[in-house]
Design a protein around this ligand. Structure first.
Ligand code: MRU
Length: 355
């Protein structure tokens, strides 16, 4: 097998340069590649809530950078007052999206750094927080590369891999989680092809997964969400890999709406269903998936496609943005510290402890 180096690391949706944050507007992809520049925590909070940036690890990284911007702008000489103000900044950022735990994980880490360094000068605290935000960004990309290496042996040469939503470089600091495993397999010289669910209602699969895989020359075929079962029944899917927004202590997985449906279909067809996520996505404080808060989004995402009306005026709509896949449907969880399967309760605890 020859190796096939690809420049996948080049896709980085968040760039942190000279005190400013540049973000690729994921709402406009693939038609337009527009970058926005932000310098305040309020702007970053808005970028997260309006989904300029999205994907669990990426919103964690964005929140950490936002927290640093907020810290930088606090004007006080009192470390006690500084911390009170910093907590307010973090409260605004954490309220932007509820499901992905990476957001609160990153902000807790920033708060922990501030709290445990309150004996330093305010200037030192601000510099330290900048470094912490940078570390969160760099560690995320490294974790994805590492989980890719752990996961790629699960993909056979020639595998046809179905994925849902976008768990790629765009959803992280770089490289991706589910797509990170695929990239690692391609880099190891395997011939991998991807089937991307379009992922209604806001089409992260069609717009983002298809865009970034095409950019990396990884063969990708786009399907509507309701075609996955038929392709499985034809024997055209060898395995499924998805990302996660939060994994409870028992291994239940919150991910983009429709993931549960794919997992049930995979079980029915005896197809392995893998979840790839960094340890920052595991939330041991929750026993089971039923405790994970599920974001409900504006019904207009379903009734309209931009300005095009798709459903009758006034129709009642449900729009949960995520669902829960019970651990019994998950073949394995791939992390940067290794693979967990079987006894998720013990395995996830062990993996998180190594963090
Ligand atoms: O609403 P989104 O686009 O932020 O949802 C993203 C997902 O559900 C991803 O699959 C998940 O965050 C994993 S990204 C590595």
């Amino acid at each position: 097998m020859s190796t096939c180096p690809i420049d996948s690391r080049a896709i980085r949706p968040i760039r942190f340069v000279a005190g400013q944050c540049h973000m690729l507007d994921q709402r406009l992809l693939p038609a337009e590649e527009v970058w926005h520049t932000y310098a305040t925590y309020q702007e970053i909070a808005r970028a997260i809530s309006t989904m300029v940036v999205r994907g669990a690890p990426a919103i964690g990284v964005a929140a950490a950078i936002g927290a640093w911007f907020g810290a930088r702008d606090i004007e006080t000489e009192s470390s006690w007052e500084f911390y009170q103000e910093f907590e307010k900044v973090c409260a605004v950022l954490v309220a932007t999206r509820p499901t992905a735990v990476n957001l609160s994980w990153a902000l807790e880490r920033m708060k922990h750094f501030a709290q445990s360094n309150l004996d330093r000068s305010i200037l030192e605290l601000k510099i330290g927080l900048e470094f912490e935000a940078l570390a969160i960004t760099q560690e995320d990309e490294k974790a994805n590369q590492k989980l890719g290496q752990h996961g790629e042996p699960l993909l056979a040469d020639g595998a046809r891999v179905l994925t849902h939503c976008n768990a790629g470089a765009l959803a992280t600091a770089g490289y991706g989680t589910a797509l990170g495993v695929i990239r690692a397999a391609v880099e190891a010289g395997k011939k991998i092809s991807v089937i991307a669910d379009e992922t209604r209602p806001i089409l992260q699969g069609a717009r983002l997964t298809a865009w970034e895989l095409q950019k990396d020359n990884i063969p990708v075929t786009l399907i509507c969400d309701n075609m996955a079962g038929y392709l499985m029944s034809l024997g055209e899917v060898d395995c499924v890999i998805v990302g996660a927004d939060r994994i409870a202590a028992n291994g239940d997985v919150a991910n983009k709406i429709g993931t549960y449906t794919v997992a049930v279909l995979a079980k029915e067809h005896n197809i392995p269903f893998y979840v790839a996520a960094p340890v920052s996505t595991i939330d041991l404080s929750l026993d089971a998936g039923s405790q994970i808060p599920i974001e409900e989004r504006d019904g207009r995402e379903i009734t309209h496609l931009k300005d095009l009306q798709l459903a009758p005026e006034g129709i009642s709509v449900r729009n949960p943005a995520f669902d829960i896949t019970p651990h019994c449907l998950v073949t394995a969880i791939i992390t940067e510290h290794g693979i967990v399967n079987g006894d998720y309760l013990a395995g996830l605890k062990r993996i998180v402890k190594q963090h």
